[in-house]
Structures are given as structure tokens and as C-alpha cells.
Design a protein. Sequence first.
Length: 625
Amino acid sequence: MLISIILTLLILGAAADEYGFSDAWNAAAGLATNLFGCSGCKDILSEGKKLANASPDSFIQWLQGKCDEIPNVDKDVCHGSFKHQAHAIAQVLQRVEDNSKAFDAMCTTMAGVCELPKFEPWKVPLPAKDSCPRRRPSPSGKAPIKVIHFSDIHIDPLYEEGANTDCKKPICCRSYTDEDKPCNNESPAGPFGDHRCDAPKTLEDSMYEAMMEIAPDASFAIFTGDIVDHAVWNTTADYNKKIIDDAYGKMKSKLNGKPVFATAGNHEAHPTNLFPTLAAVKENRGLYHQLSNLWSHWIDDDAQCDRREYGSYSSKVPGGSNLRIISLNTNLYYRLNLWVYRDIDEKDPDDQLAWLVRELQAAETKGEHVFIIGHTPPGDKDTVRDKSNFLDQVFNRYSSTIAAMFYGHTHVDHFAITYSDYTQRNAANARLTSYIAPSLTPTSGMPAFRVYEIDPETYGVLDSITYVADMTDPAFKSKPRWTKLYSAKEAYGPKVNPPVTDPKEELTPAFWHNLTEAMEADDDLFDAYVARKSRNWKPAECRDDCKTEEICQLRAGRSEDSCYVPKPGLQLRKRDLSERRGEHDECGELAISSVFEALNEPSELRRSLDSVKAELKRVHSRKGS
């Protein structure tokens, strides 16, 4: 039985944190490491591949049957997860070769038991620079415009005031059982949210009201994705569609007609995380069509039609602006998107890089400035390394045209720097800044959004100001008060060398690099940054390796430079490190630490392997009869 259980958890590793059995997954990965190692993990996937090839339906039924054999794992969560993910798992396993780079990558992503596979260097085809290359312009000195940035709202339409915040599911504040209903529990949810729950609609409304009070003169807003809640085992395509429609409807009505330039988050898809390329799955482009229709209110007609099938677009900001927004579908490069492993050596999924180069070249030729927006930061470990490298080549080539980049996904308040030379990461080589916004959902900190002050001619970022609703404020239960947490220029400008305090001076990539150097030398400054990262929610000390890794991540425009080293076990949000760095497990704590304690026996392994082979034999027998 053990092989089947390990296989069940490992191949669903991409969703273990989402589905609430991350501790069980850690145990499975630990066993795979101790008893199998990398080669054993690939053997397990190979057995699954054989069964998937023999009979996809039998493979799926066999997987779902394992949910009843895994101790202490919520059966609803487990069955729901396989119901959603199993078909993609079967198709991916059918496609990949045994003992291949894809198997290495899957075992690295899911269990941390193989080394990250090396990718073949590829020089992205790029137009040559002009003999007199364009340079980033100096600040104009004119009064700035304002731009709002919000992300990862994760609205829960089933949030119920008074429901249990201390439930047994990955996300709470729902009436899962009679004990979870209002008046039947000792930990009732308030009207505006709880850290163990996703955002209620009341909190969503409060955020939009605050935006219009704080920045009523904002020129436009950027939304970097993730609308659907974290109860991903219980979603449907129709459920997601309604939440997405409702969310964009509110943006349209509550932001007083301001344009909202948006991108697709990994949670928008049903099943979660799964974004096949058009080459892999030609049908079921419904999500992209839906988003294209919703975005059409704010983007050019040509932009809506050009990439309607792909979840991306390029559009000028209206009103005579010289600014172009290019929205990337970063989910194509997301390591928890199982479809990535189907064609792991594909250099340019959905031809997005080639399209991006064309758009940036046209912008360069016309003298336009560009904001890049996307969901997952390219330098984050969640972006597969080869695709991150290829993107970085494009960003570096057009670093004089790109004014700034904006992302979400991490749920925390931070940034990342793109360099022209990653072997010499210094201020002189700093080329671009990625502004990574905190989330509305309070699972990783206080609800938050940002307001940027932008030069109206160069479109450089002059300041980044984060606003929060403090959930410890007694007023939060009646009406959240949104206040300024910090201004980057005020908090960090005097601390860097040279200081940056002039309101009309740009926060250049060199400024952000100099900040990382200042934080290396000043623990108090670094501690203040870590506290702001979670918006002052449960900050803990981060020293030694923790501090080194955090600063390394800030200097990672490419995921290969993030200092991330896979370790056996859960590779999504390790609490021992993440909490020290101001991050928190967005799915809550479901301790299943002793799930596999009784299964660590070689004899069990042999019996389990025999059971998988017996199932395969039964499939072949049925086919021959």
C-alpha cells in the first residue's frame, strides 16, 4: 500500500499545500528520500505512467481509491483534489519519457529528491540594438500621476460571519459541518475576515472604498491576479466563472470607471494551476475568452483580439499617454502547472516570448514606455528556470523601454532586481525593478494594496506606498481603517548610499540594489523590511542563512539566481524558513505529522510495489478478455 500512497501524494505534490495535506506530503517525500532517493521517486512515477498508458480511467479510479487509504487526510479534500487533477496527471505521465528530465523536474518540484535538471542554454532571437541605443530618461520633475496596484484578492463567496475560524479544512469561515456553523463554535468569524480564511466580500468592498478615498485621482489600476478562493478541492468551472465575473464587475463599478489593467492568476483556472498550451489542449479556452471579454472594457480592441486564445495582451493606456501595458500569462512558466512537464524542453510555450519581443520592439521604435505586468515574478522559485532565463534575456534587451514590472502571487510586500550580469550583482548592473504587491486576502498578513507615484513623462516609479487594514485594530470588526504602512522613499531613501529623498527622484533599480546592501549591513533596517513584508503580522527574527537567502531572492531577476536549493519534503512554503522571512502558510495549519510513522518498513514497500503491478496486470487482463 505504501508505494501507492506515496505515488498518490507525490504526483499531487503541486497542490498539496493548496489541498491541506502538506504534512502528509512531507512524510511521503521523506520516505521517498530515505528509502528510494531520486531514482526511487522516478521509479514510482514510472509505475504510474505504465498504469496511465494501459488505462487512463483505471489509473484515475486507482488514484481516487488511495484517498481512503491515507490516514488522517480529509477525504473530501483528497477526493476533490483527484477529481480535478487526475486527468491532467494521466495525460502528462503518458507523454513524458521514463527516467527523463521531466521525471527529474517532477521529483524535484514535488519531493525535492532530485537535483534541479540543467536546461540547455538558448539565445532568444532578438533584434540588434541601434548604434545609438536608447537610454532610460532622467526624471521630468513634473507632478506625478498615481497608479493603484492590488493583487491576490482570493474572494470567498461562501465566507459566513460567525462560522468557525478554527476548522479542520485548509481554509475556514465556512459552515462545513454543524460544528462550524455560526453560534455552534468558540471561534466565530468576524464580518470583515480572519487570518485563517480568505477575504469576504465585505473586505473586498472596503478595499475599493479605501482606494477611492486615498487615491481618487489615480490614473489607472494594476491587478496582478488570483481572484478565486483557496478551497480549490471544491471548485467548478461555473463557480470560478461567477467569482471572476463578480470581481471584475466590482472593479468596474467601484473604481469610478478607472481603467484596470489585469493579468491571470494561477487560481483563476479550474482545475487550479492547470494552464495547458494551445498545442496541448486546443479546446477549453473558456477562461481566456472570459478574461478577454472582461478586460475589453479597458484595453484596445486590437489587444483584445490579438492574444484572445492565450491570456495575454498589449495595450496603450488611454488619454494620450505614451505608456503601454504588456500583460504576460506567467502561468505558462509556473512550476506547479503540471502541463509544464508535458513538453519540458519547449522553449516558447504559446509563442509568448516571440510575441513579447515584437511588442517591445514596436514600443522601442515608437519611443513608448512599457509596464510589464504578470502574476508570478520571474525570479521566484515558482517560475521554471529555463523560461525565467529566456524572459530575462528579453527584459534586459529592452530595459531602456521597460519602465517597471509589476507582479503578485507571493502574498507578501517585496521587490526583485533584474541585472545585466548576475555574476556581478551591483548597482551599476541593476537594470529593472519588479514591484511585487502584497495580497488582500489576510492569510499571509494584513490586507493591503499599493499606490505608486509615477513620473508622467518617463513613467519611472518615484515612490511606492503600501496601505493596510490592521486586523488588530478594534475598529476592524465594525469598519476597517486603511492607513499608510510605509512609503518606500521615506522609509528607505535616507538609508541608502547615496540617499534618495527628493520627491521627484526616481526609485531606480540601482536604488533598490543599494537598499539590499544597506540591509546587509544593518540588521535593524532588515528587520523593519521583514516586518513590512507581512504588514506587521507575526514577524519573526530572520538571521544568518535566512537573511542571506532573503537578500539573495531580492537580487534574483531570474529564478536560477534565487539561492533556492530543493530539500526533501514540501517545496511550497516551508514554515520554518517562511515565517522567519515574514511569510505564512496561506492554507493554515493541518498537522498530519504522524501519518506515515507506521509505514516505514521495507516489507511494506515490496507489498505496495506488488499491488501496483497487480493493478496493472488486472488492466491488461481485462483488455485481453
